[in-house]
Write a protein of this length. Structure first.
Lengths: 272, 408, 408, 272
């Protein structure tokens, strides 16, 4: 695990003058087999990185759309080991794309941090974001991440003050997850107004590249995010909604996700 | 944060980053308020004039005679609203006012904490939204009505199992969205710091009064102090001032249909440490860390987590936790009603059931004789009667068909 | 009899000859007990330790602001059992024990007094039978269950209108039959001597506390003291210690669907003196002296008679009585819930509705301005909040369909 | 109203060595017309005196049987004036038989004592017993009774102690209503054991003749009552039950009442 896929990717994007587009999906939604196909579709669509959730019974940081995906995956019997299986299979086909995990603390806590991170690393995961671990609780996660070669992703929000921003930026990590607005994951009709000043404040601190998340559902949002200074954008609920819409038709689902990713990716080229 | 919010390895603040400023603000406001004589005086006044404190302790002569062991109740059933909940919602609402918040949100299971919060919404003139699992909205229609009567909005939560846990999830989401002007009035000693300490601080009045009252009335301290444990707020409130004494502390959890059936809520008895709703504490979870569903005849105990301080007291062995079944609790509900004319909440009936078991054990230790319970007042069992049973009549009716017959 | 049991021309003991020895015995026991320090101490202890007295007075800041007039509640809703009833059943039950009675009987309408008596049956270990109109048994199934839970027998009364009045008739018949070992624990200040005086004596604690508390908290006495009047026990209990003061006393009766519809229970307002259930007092009756049926949304006020002392206070013009409609009471029920987070019994909501009318009147007198209610604390209205509204949720739900929606 | 029909009757019975049999019915049960026929049937059966109830909404001294009769009569629209009408009609046919009224205080109180007693006297009533007026409350009723020539009937019960018995006896009146047992009106299977000692105690005090009531439903009871020292027996619930039994058939009702009264009357001759 000595490759730094994030750095490689951000470097390449920088060279090309593009932003990153990062689609999100819940591993195992709606089942393991389809989920793998969705990962492939994302890559095929041109996703620069992937953000993958392990389904959790109580996803407090997520809105109804992603929670529904969690529930579908859990109903399909997806456990963390099975989620890792999906990643492992995908990783065999694609060794370049950075893969980030989005998890809740208890999924990591229950097996034990070291075991969980080791398994994640073995499956091919590059970073982990623990949705309910703020700065104050992050030390052990960062420490284990370092030991296992997994990057720790911190979040910053419009409520994060400059002191805290500085502290967070100092921690590094493959990227900063920039929450564009208050609230939980879910679609928006326009990009939040708070995103721009926040990104400006972050830029001042230096630190890792920034990916803007929450409410990114249209190419315009991606454009705007990158124009506002983000290094990329993450889109979750929008992807899940597309999958939901084609719940009955696996082939169509994958095609639609691929097309969506392609459209969003395209927008990263016009932002800067 | 000014404090680390830990009880040994338990507690903490496992929340999305976006909530941290709110928790910091809350901690700060609370730490300041608790030292502010004006705040303390106002809270004290409200506890007395609005909520009816102090509540008495009641020696149960019939129950004591029946069990051959002195049984004393701490009467939180007499607090305005019908349960100990009022103690701490008053504190939090006063704090929310102090922080200049314009809105309260809260989660509720059976509706008790929702009703308590609704009372505060009315009393403090704050817009109030209550999250309640859609299943619970259906089951607890009367409490939903009661909340609306007090002018609050009840928001049904459809996600997950559509019960308490999901209502908490949803309240946390709301808070993340409206964190600037909204105070999340959490209902128990669970959740991220400062809730466990702050709620305990507001509930501490229970044990403080009880300790003084017991001493004054009977001399000394009770041998055992018993309370039911859902999230754990009434138990902590009662225990706190007894921790430095000789009294043994017992928390009673819901064994539901039996600890072996899996249908229970014995978090401390059968769970393992984990992270949920902001804190590290004992949890009911599967081998992968997914939270499992719980069961109890008593809605207020039907929760897969528990306040972190209880996890600490358990691991430190300062308190002992055991569970009683739905049936035990229902029997205790009947027993206290018929022997003293006091109908406990089903939650509190768990404490009574636990105390009955302890009384039998204590009696066995001295040879099993039933006589002369008055001679053992220094060994009395003090039971936290956290609430009254009015809200549980429909449930109880269902479980005692032989007592029913009027109407319907 | 040692006393004549009269209040002017009201009161007396109009009972079948067979009950006279029991009344004489009761009067005697009561007159002795009320002078006996042991009895007084025991009653006081039970009121404090079992029932949770004293109850506070609560200044309603929101309500006061809304009405522009200071409104203060005397909180009998916080008494164990949920209403003022407990004060006097404790007294009577203690007296029954003292007389060596082995059994209690009581009448009940909606079940409140039945539940209170059942509590006493449990607490004092006395066999207890409760008479309840068969219609009420059907309507109030939860209270029937509650009574049975406490181990008493509920006897449905099929005769007459099968409601409260008939339950009293039947209880009197039972008493006539079992008068030797049975105490009839009458539920209000009506009935033959010594009940009106004795029950008032036990309820007097309400006004005694309130007067002292008001003086201590606000100085002076309130301008008006308001209570609802069914049989009149909570009203007399509240009024008694204010009679020698300057406070105006107001009793609020149920105007039901309107005083002109005939569907009401405004005994003092619309009745005429007559003899029922042992006493001469105002009555709702037809021109031949047949007792007429009454109506009120509040079961506890749905009675065609009234305690004789109220008739006296009315004729003496020491108290004023007026009526408010079901709708007024329901609105007040909602108002207090939404403005203070205190849900009153529908009975007590009548007092609140009456107080709202008075507040408006008082404000008109000073020119109608709403501001500065705090400046008029010496003119405050003290409302007897005789009980809490938990028991009335189903009824209220029915009347506020717009607030309903959860479940069923 | 200067005739003393009670005295005349008791004298005549004493001469004959018989006790009095006094049937009770509720005026207007089940309606005015039938009720009048019942009075006639009672007289025809040989009743020595009549005890007649005015229906009341809340007859606390009565058991379920008589309360049911009250309710029937009230439903038939019987008011006190209408009840007096029935008596008046009957009195025209029979000027000898003493008629006692059984009422509740409020029926007398509402029109005013004087008016009620005057109307009763005008209708031909000889005595009034107010079921819910004990010794202590009796003064105004006795006083008005005296003014209007209506005898005041007092009750004594097994609980009446000797002092009270003496006081009651001293008040006089046409007869004493002796309550044979605790409780309210209603049938019994045997005569109460308390009747005998009570009658003995009353005899010691002197005073008016005694009629034993409550639970008298069979000739044996009448026999026993008179043997025990009563001057007669009153039977109420038993009469009402017979009437109820033949509710559908007016002729049969009257015949049955007449036969019952005859049988009971016969028993008064064997008691002494
Ligand atoms: C009466 C009563 N007791 C106890 C509880 C459980 O809560 P906790 O464990 O926080 O005291 C509840 C919760 O609804 C309750 O209503
Ligand atoms: C709460 C409450 N208030 C008032 C009353 C009326 O009784 P009283 O007029 O005797 O106070 C009742 C009777 O049930 C009651 O429950």
């Amino acid at each position: 695990m000595s490759r730094d896929r994030y750095a490689e990717t951000f470097d390449r994007l920088a060279e090309r003058g593009e932003g990153a587009f990062v689609p999100f999906t819940v591993l195992g939604d709606p089942n393991a087999k389809t989920s793998l196909e969705i990962l492939r579709a994302m890559a095929a669509g041109g996703a620069d990185m992937l953000e993958l959730g392990i389904p959790f019974s109580d996803p407090v940081a997520d809105g109804p759309t992603i929670q529904a995906a969690d529930i579908r995956a859990l109903k399909a019997g997806i456990t963390p080991p099975k989620a890792f299986d999906i990643i492992r299979k995908f990783r065999k086909e694609n060794d370049d794309i950075p893969i980030g995990l989005l998890v809740y603390a208890n999924l990591v806590h229950e097996p034990g941090l070291v075991k969980f991170y080791e398994e994640a690393a073995a499956a091919g995961v590059d970073s982990i974001l623990v949705a309910d671990v703020p700065l104050e609780e992050s030390a052990p996660f960062r420490w284990v991440g370092e030991k296992t070669g997994i990057g720790h992703v911190s979040m910053v929000t419009p409520l994060t003050d400059d002191a805290r921003l500085a502290e967070t930026a100092k921690l590094g990590g493959p990227y900063l997850y920039v929450v564009s607005r208050l609230g939980v994951t879910g679609r928006d009709t326009s990009l939040s107004k708070s995103a721009k000043p926040l990104l400006r404040r972050i830029k001042k601190q230096g630190g890792p590249p920034t990916l803007l998340g929450f409410g990114i559902s249209k190419p315009e949002h991606v454009c705007a995010a990158i124009a506002a200074g983000a290094d990329g954008a993450i889109s979750g609920s929008a992807v899940v909604e597309i999958m939901q819409k084609h719940a009955g038709d696996r082939a169509k689902m994958a095609t639609s996700v691929r097309r969506f990713v392609a459209a969003m990716k395209k927008a990263t080229k016009f932002g800067k | 944060m000014r404090q680390n919010g830990r009880f040994g390895s338990f507690g903490g603040f496992y929340v999305p980053e976006i909530l941290m400023p709110a928790l910091t603000e809350l901690e700060s406001a609370w730490l300041d308020a608790r030292k502010d004589p004006t705040f303390k005086a106002e809270l004290k006044r409200l506890l007395a004039e609005y909520a009816g404190r102090p509540t008495p302790i009641t020696l149960c002569e019939n129950l004591s005679a029946r069990l051959g062991w002195p049984m004393v109740l701490k009467r939180e059933d007499l607090v305005h609203g019908g349960a100990h909940k009022t103690n701490q919602v008053l504190g939090q609402a006063l704090l929310a006012k102090r922080m200049g918040k314009k809105r309260l949100i809260a989660e509720t299971g059976a509706g008790q904490h929702g009703v308590a919060t609704a009372m505060m919404g009315a009393l403090f003139n704050l817009k109030t939204d209550i999250y309640m699992g859609a299943v619970d909205v259906e089951r607890q229609a009367l409490n939903v009505f009661r909340m609306r009567l007090m002018g609050v909005r009840v928001i049904p939560v459809d996600s997950g199992s559509a019960t308490l846990k999901d209502a908490i999830n949803e309240a946390l989401r709301d808070w993340a969205t409206n964190v600037r002007d909204t105070h999340y009035l959490l209902g128990t000693v669970a959740g991220p710091h400062p809730y466990p300490q702050m709620v305990a601080d507001f509930q501490r009045v229970i044990g403080k009064e009880a300790r003084t009252q017991f001493k004054k009335r009977f001399g000394g301290t009770p041998r055992a102090v018993v309370a039911c444990v859902g999230g754990g707020s009434n138990a902590i409130g009662l225990f706190k001032d007894f921790i430095p004494t000789d009294a043994a502390l017992y928390g009673v959890e819901p064994a539901g249909e039996g600890l072996r059936t899996g249908k229970h809520g014995a978090t401390l008895g059968k769970g393992s440490p984990g992270i949920l709703h902001g804190a590290r504490s004992y949890l009911l979870q599967d081998e992968h860390g997914q939270i499992t569903e719980t069961h109890s005849v008593s809605a207020g105990l039907d929760y897969p987590g528990v306040g972190p301080e209880h996890s600490y007291l358990k691991d430190m062995e300062r308190a002992e936790y055991f569970a009683v079944t739905d049936r035990d609790a229902l029997d205790a509900f009947h027993l206290l009603s018929a022997s003293e004319g006091i109908v406990p909440a089903l939650e509190s009936a768990h404490a009574v059931a636990g105390a009955v078991k302890l009384a039998r054990k204590f009696r066995r230790e001295i040879g099993g004789k039933k006589t002369d319970w008055r001679k053992h007042m220094d060994q009395a069992i003090l039971i936290g009667l956290s609430g009254r049973g009015d809200k549980d009549m429909e449930t109880a009716r269902h479980h005692f068909p032989e007592l029913d017959g009027g109407g319907k």
